[in-house]
Design a protein around this ligand. Structure first.
Ligand code: DAH
Length: 359
């Protein structure tokens, strides 16, 4: 009898310690201590024993019942705490992680600068206008007062498309100025637009690529004059370069589509290979501008005796280089991810006038 009890105890304890989860443990418990469990059956068998036998066997079986019950309780505790540990491990939160996971992608400096310009000019009441990359001769040249034999055509290094049946050759627009023409021909003044977009010229070196970006500005109404032009561009320069003062000058120039025309230079200095914008003894040309030539107004069906206005055009990539420092324009368009990681911008940091442009 005692040997049997020992064997039973070993069997149950092994099964209890080996049960992998609560369900398995419960099965073992029922098979030992349940209503029809083997230890319960043993206890029932006490009834058929002689008083002497019953005394010995009773103590032994009750002892077995107690120890197996304890073993079940101990195993239950162990399984419970293992379960909790596993849950804690799987639901662990690394509180040192950034609030938003850092994205891999970066905003290209051209897109960044375009977003910045949009903020600045939208705040002044400008809207964005766009036009086609493939232009006809009229919009790209003639309506801008650049007639067929005009020498300015040579300066543009134009890409021509093959001639159509009538011998007309479309061009890849050499500047964003044709969108001035398209807007004036379809919109009643007052007009206040900026025109960002791709432009094309057959040229390639450190500061020129065959495809590049420009931003055009156009204001047409009854009274806007050169003073307003200067004010708009001065405020733009301060906002864009994020400085309080900018040394700024209008230098007389020539464009067929403006009269008078000027180029704008801003002050700068070079210190330790770094350029500082806004102050210093050097000048940097950043854009061309002027009062829209009355001949252009006429060709765009705008009455020059009633309306006037100003326009400007600048290289978007060029001002991106000035502000953010990439030294070689060609790298802008090489899709080198290492370059983009270095010069690009975090997507969530959208430039705003209220929150800061470049941050
Ligand atoms: N279209 C000129 C260029 O590509 C830039 C320009 C100069 C645009 C003066 C203008 C302007 O609107 O008034 O070089």
């Amino acid at each position: 009898m005692l040997a049997e009890i020992d064997a039973l105890e070993r069997e149950f304890v092994t099964a209890i310690d080996g049960s992998a989860d609560m369900a398995a443990l419960e099965e073992v418990r029922i098979s030992a201590l349940g209503r029809k469990g083997r230890i319960t059956e043993l206890l029932k068998s006490l009834g058929g024993m002689s008083p002497d036998e019953r005394q010995n066997a009773g103590a032994a079986i009750n002892g077995l019942k107690q120890r197996v019950g304890d073993a079940v309780a101990a195993r239950r505790e162990a399984l419970k705490s293992a379960e909790l540990d596993a849950r804690l491990a799987s639901e662990r939160v690394d509180v040192t992680l950034p609030v938003r996971p850092e994205t891999e992608g970066r905003i290209h400096p051209v897109s960044q600068v375009l977003d910045e310009l949009t903020q600045i000019f939208a705040d002044m009441g400008f809207t964005i206008a766009e036009g086609p990359d493939i232009e006809d001769d009229f919009h790209n040249f003639t309506a801008l007062n650049i007639p067929p034999e005009h020498p300015a055509r040579q300066m543009h290094d134009t890409f021509y498309l093959p001639p159509d049946a009538e011998g007309n050759r479309k061009v890849l627009r050499t500047h964003t100025s044709p969108v001035q023409v398209r807007t004036m021909r379809t919109t009643e003044p007052p007009i206040r637009i900026i025109v960002p977009g791709r432009t094309y010229r057959s040229d390639s070196d450190m500061t020129h690529t065959p495809m590049f970006h420009q931003v055009e500005g156009l204001v047409i109404d009854r009274e806007s004059h050169m003073g307003h032009l200067k004010g708009v561009l001065y405020d733009f320069c301060k906002a864009f370069f994020e400085v309080e003062h900018v040394k700024f000058r209008f230098r007389p120039s020539y464009f067929p589509f403006t009269e008078p025309s000027a180029e704008v230079d801003i002050g700068c200095s070079y210190e330790g290979g770094q350029i500082r914008i806004g102050e210093g003894d050097d000048w940097l040309e950043i854009l061309g501008c002027g009062m829209v030539n009355p001949r252009v107004l006429e060709m765009c069906d705008v009455d020059p005796s009633e309306y006037q206005g100003f326009a400007w055009g600048m290289g978007l990539d060029r001002i991106a280089m000035l502000k953010y420092g990439p030294p070689d324009l060609r790298a802008f368009f090489e899709s080198d991810l290492r370059w983009l990681k270095h010069y690009g911008f975090v997507p969530m940091a959208v430039p705003t006038l209220a929150g800061g442009l470049s941050r």
